[in-house]
Structures are given as structure tokens and as C-alpha cells.
Ligand binder design. Sequence first.
Ligand SMILES: [Zn+2]
Length: 96
Amino acid sequence: MVTYQYNCETDGPTDVSRPMGEATQTIECPVCNQQAQRVFSMPLVSAVDQKRMKLIDSTKATSDRPEVVTSIPNDGRRKKQPMAPNNPLLQKLPRP
Ligand SMILES: [Zn+2]
């Protein structure tokens, strides 16, 4: 059984359980017996793991629109370049 949602213009949304694929475009509203239109909603969107969806989205994005960077990403292993060569004589010189 699948839960389908219908919307009555006067009474609002109604949920109806039907076997899969047997939902009709309209049902009789259980309150006022007028025709209620079927509402198409995305099932189980809130049940999807948000972290997993972000990972899937970013993985898909790298294939067709890679992220533009302005500098080399810092991976924590890169050493800072010294301002001057590591010569003891040069270290005695005045610094700007
Ligand atoms: Zn109604």
C-alpha cells in the first residue's frame, strides 16, 4: 500500500492508502464528498541522509563544473617558503 495525497478545495489535504499504481486523479473528499485533486509530492525526501546527498551532489558537480579556486588548497603538509635562503650570513642582514 502506498499513501497518496489529495487536496480538497474546501477541506485541504487528505491522505489515502491505495495499492501502488492504483491512484486515481481525483477521489471523493471524505468530508464533503466533492472531488479532491491528487497532489504529487516527493516521497521520503526528509528520510534521505543529508550528508550523503551533499556528497553525491558535490561528486556529480566535479565532473561537469569543477570548483574554481584562486590558490592552492592547503593540505596541512605544505611548508611555508622561507623569505630568504637559509644562510646564516644572510640572516644577519637588516630586514625590511
Ligand atoms: Zn472536502
